[in-house]
Design a protein around this ligand. Structure first.
Ligand code: KG4
Ligand code: ZN
Length: 342
């Protein structure tokens, strides 16, 4: 079964063709980073405008690279939430248009379910030798959740962030350090340049819960930057290269510690047979290394290019959803606050 997966929940316009939930026939991501870089963050109005102009060329490229005609596509899958309302609407309406014009089933997918199913691409999950239940850590720019996956499409929410998402914290701290957007890869790059350990930043703990909280960590970075004289940002108070590297390493260590400790705790509490990670922050090398080193169960980590937003993960999730539930109704809407599990 060949599924065209469309993803426009945030700032990337993405389309991919996936065969049988695993084989990546094509995977095209058109990034708007250069548009948002100068503002240091995502501007929703720019996102939806760019999706409008890029959507059709990206879908055409995905079909072309897969060497398939529309008649050889068996279903159109699209992210219908969570995400930015305007961005989601462009994808949902484009998918409805393609599905109607080509007379194909429409399959609505939750973005977070997509991140989870990136682990089924390229046969990764089968190769891992692990089994359900899995503890899934989904860490992105908008979400940080621990989900117990008991079987295909069967989820229980174990923890979420009480304030900022992990990716959001990376992006905000990168701005304080005068690094580019998105901040995660920039902080990782700087952290890799040093092994000098400054005073650690705090690891916020919420007693009696697996929930995350990152706003205190972010505030701790800002306070220390103020003490060190490079925040608030002015024309002539940039931190030195070594200060940036040392902050980046200390911040990354703190955030990785928070993510890893709760994930391992969830494995113990819920008898997880494996750990699955997904979302942009799961591309982080230090997080991947630390989890693999400290976990007693296998860690399934899609390659970094499949952790950040893409259409392939939507095509993979749609294969399992379509098999189980069939197509989605035509009145499917974009739902910015859609949740995966309660
Ligand atoms: O899943 P994603 O591509 O989009 C959302 O659904 O939000 O995640 C984007 C987030 C950004 O905050 C970005 O800074 C972060 O993922 N990110 C990383 C890395 N690559 C992307 N964070 C840490 N280390 C990375 N290597
Ligand atoms: Zn995402």
């Amino acid at each position: 079964m060949n599924i065209l997966g469309i993803e426009t929940s945030c700032d990337d316009t993405a389309a991919a063709v996936i065969r049988d939930g695993s084989v990546v026939l094509s995977n095209v991501v058109s990034s708007q980073t250069y548009m948002h870089e100068r503002y240091g963050g995502i501007i929703p109005e720019i996102c939806s405008r760019e999706h409008l102009t890029t959507m059709v060329p990206v879908v055409n490229e995905a079909l072309g690279l897969a060497e398939l005609k529309p008649s050889e596509i068996d279903g159109i899958a699209v992210t219908h939430g969570p995400g930015l309302a305007g961005s989601l609407l462009v994808g949902v309406n484009a998918a409805k248009g393609f599905a109607m014009a080509w007379d194909k089933p429409l399959i609505g997918i939750n973005h977070l379910e997509g991140h989870i199913y990136s682990a089924w691409l390229e046969g990764l999950f089968e190769k891992s030798g692990t089994e359900f239940p899995l503890v899934c850590l989904i860490a992105s720019g908008g979400h940080t959740e621990l989900v117990l996956m008991k079987g295909h499409l069967d989820y229980e929410l174990l923890a979420k962030t009480r304030d900022d998402a992990a990716g959001e914290a990376f992006d905000k701290v990168a701005r304080v350090l005068r690094l580019g957007f998105p901040g995660g890869p920039e902080i990782q790059k700087e952290a890799e340049k040093t092994d000098h350990h400054i005073d650690p930043f705090p690891r916020p703990v919420i007693t009696g819960s697996l929930d995350f909280s990152f706003s205190g960590l972010k505030t701790a970075v800002v306070r220390r930057a103020e003490d060190d004289g490079f925040y608030p940002i002015q024309d002539d108070n940039s931190p030195s290269e070594s200060v940036v590297r040392n902050y980046a390493l200390a911040f990354q260590n703190a955030i990785v510690d928070c993510l890893v400790s709760r994930t391992l705790k969830a494995v113990d509490m819920y008898d997880g047979k494996g750990i699955l990670i997904g979302g942009g922050v799961a591309a982080n090398t230090e997080l991947r290394k630390t989890l693999s080193r400290e976990s007693r169960v296998p860690v399934v980590a899609p390659r970094p290019g499949l952790c950040t937003d893409n259409g392939a993960m939507i095509g993979a999730a749609a294969y399992y959803r379509f098999k189980e539930c069939g197509s989605t109704e035509w009145d499917m809407d974009a739902i910015p606050g859609l949740s995966l599990a309660d």
